[in-house]
Design a binder for this molecule. Structure first.
Ligand code: F6P
Length: 543
């Protein structure tokens, strides 16, 4: 990237623009909002409150072109094995392509995708029509998803966000941590006769998930007087690993497959979405896929990158990471139902692009993925926004807001929306010393008080934000929103020249945990560093 002409142009351009504030840029362009926003159907992306001009965007787009973005988009959608370290295609888009043929290794993957979607639809219908009952012929009232990472965060996000769409008052629970408190606490509220367990693991080898799965199975057998036959009605699996699923004792009929061309963090559209499909019904799950498909079509077919939402969102991120040297990105969803969105995006972007070598393994000389963090925006206003407004750093933010909510009321919605807009305005405009001082004087402060206190009430402003407006938090627009970030992540990976679809960085800790677990259970411990040795011994003494 550093050697492209566009990057060099951008470096010069950065020098010419870096001292211009957002307010300067607004003063230069009366139609800045009109010029710097894009829409897709009713989703609106306002990027006018960023330290960019039209020239910045042109140069960033040149960078994307020089890095081969157009070719890489075609390669991904076509099913080329762009995950080069694992020799895999990357086809989460095929999961929502509505049966459009896609050939990988001479096989049309869409056929199997449609078969599994049918299997999910049939199972969901059976559950809701009362044709899938528990072993004592009672309807299922509770679904428990056992999975972690991509096998947890997507289902958690979507079922939280779409809770009002829940069918038949089903309860949904998530067990992800190996902290036994979580599993035992959840189990203590469940009736084995009316509970369905979904064991969700792409590999079916993940230690946390498999430990929880065995614990839950033992609990079930204990509660049902070892009724092995009942497992069929109460346990299903979602995985790419057919062999491990059957070794666990789950019948092939109760297995929902997906494939190694679906990355864990991109898997909500696959059978990993089963708990969601059961919870909100298959029709709503289909709408989630349709929304994502609309974003896919926009992304793949909008060849003028200036009009392409994921591309522009990604390029603004590159601008801040690689030129402004901002190293975090805040995600602030205002609707409480999207509270888990930051955690979801954290895995998506940080696991995809948290890399320090390029596709060929060569070290990178520039920063890649920023730290993604955030929480419900309205709550964050009363917590960490202080630092964002008056701290010494600058933290670009994405504000996400559903404009209407039929599950709220007008009073609440008006207050929610006004707060989201106000924060973006405050981050950008700030408040000068003179303004702060005159406000104090107007409110009756003495000259001396106003002189001193005003210093604490200054907001430097010039804090950038994106505003993403959805008409509502519906299955369709949620699908569109998630796909927007997926493609943003992909575009950034292409520009940084990295493979966004492997995650070797999660392996070392897993390996060492196995050794330490052995050490904990033996008289000897293997040689670690002095700190780790002592920590293991300390734990052994208090077991
Ligand atoms: O350890 C990281 C990871 O492999 C993620 O990439 C993945 O989403 C998660 O663990 C769960 O993996 P699995 O679905 O195979 O259990």
């Amino acid at each position: 990237m550093l050697h492209t002409k566009a990057y060099k142009d951008l470096s010069l351009h950065y020098k010419s623009i870096k001292n211009k504030t957002l307010l300067d840029l607004f003063a230069l362009d009366n139609s800045r909002f009109s010029n710097l926003h894009l829409s897709l159907e009713k989703l609106v992306f306002d990027f006018s409150k960023n330290n960019i001009t039209e020239e910045t965007l042109t140069k960033l787009i040149d960078l994307a072109k020089e890095q081969g973005l157009a070719e890489q988009i075609v390669a991904m959608f076509r099913g080329n094995k762009i995950n080069n370290t694992e020799s895999r295609a990357v086809l989460h888009t095929a999961l929502r392509a509505n049966g459009k043929p896609i050939i990988v290794d001479d096989c049309n993957v869409s056929v199997e995708i449609q078969q599994v979607l049918d299997q999910i639809r049939q199972f969901s219908d059976k559950l809701h029509n009362g044709n899938h009952l528990g072993y004592s012929n009672q309807p299922i009232t509770d679904i428990v998803n056992i999975g972690i990472g991509g096998s947890d965060l997507g289902p958690v996000l979507v079922s939280d966000a779409l809770k009002p769409y829940c069918k038949s008052k089903l309860n949904i629970h998530f067990i992800s941590s190996v902290d036994g408190y979580q599993v035992f606490d959840i189990l203590s509220h469940l009736n084995p006769e009316t509970t369905l367990f979904i064991i969700a693991s792409k590999t079916f080898t993940t230690q946390e998930t498999m430990t929880n799965a065995h614990t839950v199975r033992n609990w079930f057998l204990e509660k049902t007087n070892n009724n092995l036959a009942a497992i069929k009605q109460h346990f299903v699996a979602v995985s790419t690993n057919v062999k491990a699923v059957s070794e666990f004792g789950i019948a092939v009929d109760n297995m929902f497959r997906f494939w190694d061309f679906v990355g864990g963090r991109y898997s909500i559209w696959s059978a990993i979405g089963l708990p969601v499909a059961l919870y909100i019904g298959f029709e709503n799950f289909s709408k989630l896929l349709s929304g994502a498909r609309a974003m896919d079509e926009h992304f793949a077919n909008t060849h003028d990158f200036r009009q392409n939402l994921p591309v522009i969102l990604a390029l603004i991120g590159i601008w801040y990471v690689n030129f402004y040297d901002y190293s975090t990105q805040v995600i602030s969803p205002y609707n409480t139902r999207l509270s888990r969105f930051p955690a979801y995006i954290q895995q998506l972007e940080m696991e995809s692009n948290g890399k320090s070598v390029d596709k060929n393994g060569e070290p990178l000389e520039y920063k890649t993925a920023p730290v993604i963090w955030g929480d419900s925006g309205i709550n964050a206003q009363h917590a960490y926004y202080q630092l964002l407004h008056q701290g010494t750093g600058i933290y670009p933010m994405d504000i996400i807001l559903g404009l209407s909510d039929k599950f709220s009321n007008q009073e609440h919605q008006d207050i929610l929306v006004s707060n989201a807009f106000a924060q973006a305005e405050a981050f950008m405009c700030g408040k000068t010393y003179a303004q702060a001082r005159s406000e104090l004087l107007f409110a009756g402060s003495s000259e001396a008080t106003a002189y001193n206190l005003a210093k604490h009430k200054v907001f430097h402003g010039n804090r950038p934000s994106n505003m993403l407006l959805l008409p509502e938090i519906s299955p369709y627009y949620l699908g569109m929103l998630i796909a927007l970030y997926e493609h943003k992540t992909f575009v950034q990976g292409v520009i940084w020249g990295i493979n966004s679809f492997d995650q070797w960085g999660v392996e070392l800790g897993k390996q060492l945990a196995k050794t330490i677990l052995t050490d904990i259970n033996s008289n000897q411990i293997s040689t670690h560093d002095d700190s780790t040795n002592n920590l293991i011994n300390l734990y052994k003494r208090c077991r």
